[in-house]
Design a protein around this ligand. Structure first.
Ligand code: MTE
Length: 361
């Protein structure tokens, strides 16, 4: 199978379109995820883009529409930022274990990664285009073709203008010091730190300022959150909550679910991340379903929009044990105890306690 530049061992969830992520054991090894390990979420095939003829169009409710070549990007100050991207479908497989979720990728916990992005601030580019009073949302359109319900169209989405003008939004042309790899949006993607990954549109070729949110399928229909009672049969799409900021979440990368471990001190490690501009402040572990908790410590590496890596030691006695892990963010928000409290028929935003069954011998 063609790994499209990913390293051997990369877990391919789907061949076409290409979707996959690192093995959990590799996920938090370093603060920044190497490009050949960074998870991939594609809804269509990777488009081939000629950098010579490429133009990024900035249009809509602006006084001064722009058509920028890659050379034109050098007119704007270069920015760098470390940011985590997580797919809204991360940890879906735990929801699937409760009740089937047809037609969606059964992601484990690997649909999250952290990179150092380089490029220009979207705010600087928008300022040059001079937004008008009707510019309430920035919509993004990619060059990839996606097919849904017999129609072919480009992937897209939008963010409100306040987020679009925030300094952390990048038009990224580099990922970890290299040109953006084709799988991750070459030559330009938008990076929307703190928001669901779907808004970080890859192969970006159009930014349009407009009065309404994007009417693209991936904003108007998909990536909405519904109550547990709603199903594909009775859904009214407009009634779903449009997903935006991430919720606080945690992933355990070691040990692994079902692993046999020796009794005594067992080392746990993983990553935790928070949405919006919030920071992960605490990660804690329980081996008695939340009656008492042990606090983890953080490993080096800290940036405003990035995950935090953590580790902890738990003293485990022999037998079948379940360990639960939860994180807290700087708004004192934490995670719900069980997946039945977050189950939804599209399988988004699972941030229930991360539970791990271990065989301690
Ligand atoms: N942009 C385009 N053009 N096409 C896509 O399919 N997938 C989105 C987003 N941007 C997507 C896209 C989703 S759902 C996620 S989670 C992130 O890209 C994943 O980014 P990555 O593949 O670089 O990890």
């Amino acid at each position: 199978m063609d790994l499209l530049g990913k390293r051997p061992g990369f877990l391919i969830r789907q061949d076409r379109p290409f979707n996959g992520g690192p093995l959990l054991a590799d996920l938090g090894r370093s603060f920044v995820t190497p490009n050949d390990l960074f998870f991939v979420r594609n809804h269509g095939d990777v488009p081939v883009v000629d950098p010579e003829t490429f133009r990024l169009e900035v249009k809509g409710e602006v006084d001064c529409p722009l058509s920028l070549s890659l050379d034109d990007f050098t007119r704007f100050p270069r920015r760098e930022l470390v940011a985590t991207i997580q797919c809204a479908g991360n940890r879906r497989s735990e929801l699937v274990d409760l009740k089937p979720i047809p037609n969606e990728l059964p992601w484990g916990s690997e649909a999250v990664s952290n990179a150092r992005w380089g490029g220009v601030a979207l705010a600087d580019v928008l300022a040059a285009a001079r937004p008008g009073p009707g510019a309430l949302h920035a919509s993004f359109c990619g060059l990839d073709d996606v097919e849904r319900h017999g129609k072919r169209f480009h992937f897209g989405g939008s963010v409100p203008i306040a987020k679009a003008m925030s300094p952390e939004l990048l038009l990224a042309t580099e990922m970890n010091g290299e040109p953006l790899p084709p799988l991750h949006g070459f030559p330009v993607r938008v990076v929307v730190p703190g928001w669901i990954g779907a808004r970080s549109v890859k192969w970006l070729h159009k930014v349009k300022l407009q009065a309404e949110p994007s009417d693209n399928y991936f904003q108007a229909v998909a990536y909405r959150l519904f109550p547990a009672a709603v199903s594909a049969e009775n859904v009214v799409w407009e009634e779903g909550m449009r997903l935006g900021e991430q919720a606080v979440n945690v992933v355990v990368t070691t040990p692994l679910e079902g692993q046999v471990v020796s009794f005594g001190e067992v080392r746990f490690a993983g990553v935790a991340f928070a949405g919006g501009g919030r920071r992960v402040e605490r990660v804690e572990l329980s081996q008695n379903d939340g009656t008492s908790w042990v606090q983890a410590s953080f490993l080096p590496g800290d940036a405003n929009w990035a995950w935090r890596r953590w580790q902890a030691e738990l003293n485990l006695e022999t037998g079948a044990r379940e360990v639960a892990v939860r994180a807290w963010d700087s708004a004192a928000q934490t995670m719900p105890p069980a997946v039945d409290q977050v189950w939804n028929f599209k399988g988004y935003m699972n941030n229930a306690w991360f539970r791990l069954r271990l065989d301690v011998r």
